[in-house]
Design a protein around this ligand. Sequence first.
Ligand code: GLP
Length: 260
Amino acid sequence: MEVVIAPERELAALAADAIESLLRRRPRTVLGLATGSSPLKVYDELARRHTEDGLSFAEARGFMLDEYVGLAADHPERYRNVIATEIAERVDWPADQVRGPDGLAVDLPAACAAYEESIRAAGGVDLQLLGIGTDGHIAFNEPGSSLASRTRIKTLTRQTRVDNARFFDGDVERVPTHCLTQGLGTIMQARHLVLLATGKHKAEAVHQLVEGPVSALWPATVMQLHPHATVLVDEAAASRLQLADYYRQTYASKPDWQGL
Ligand code: GLP
């Protein structure tokens, strides 16, 4: 696992570099998309590169990590709409090439199975962007999630609903109680995992993710078992890392030409 400690703007540029390099090499790249505040600066940077440098998403495919159950099709916080607004519509990404689990399906388990199949049919995810919840969840894999889980229905913890209330006018009761989420086993099949975390409120989760024992109690720790995982954190999110100096030293001595 590579840990990079840098200011947020630099982290966003690094993640955008990794995505750009994939898209330039293979326009049909499959990108894994995350919602939440963590990837927003990456999306800003990609949109800028699209406008200024002609970076194209025209042939790329995108798969979202998760979706709330039951939010109306036109609800602005429905993750499908969030991703459309934050990235897909800011670049040349055809709407039908960006998919997410269907939180409005009548048969939710069938929708989860269909979603797994569509990722498989696309050849799997090349690069998966991730954020992390304060309780250590990735996507919506809450504590206690099976480390081998696949896309399924999950009940959100009170903590996650409180954390996400800011997107629902601060009213926790308006945050849905259930979601569909790629499982940890699904996420682990992506070829490169790139997780972003900023702010002191993420410091404990980041410490557990990088240095804690692999455990369902901190679901993100499963990333320790991934052969190509990158953790991009600012100083505040890195503040509880025991080996922070070593990560800094390792990254400082990395050749410039080598990407993430
Ligand atoms: C949300 C999302 C996750 C996200 C996490 C952190 O609930 N389902 O995909 O990574 O919580 O969110 P943020 O980046 O806003 O802190």
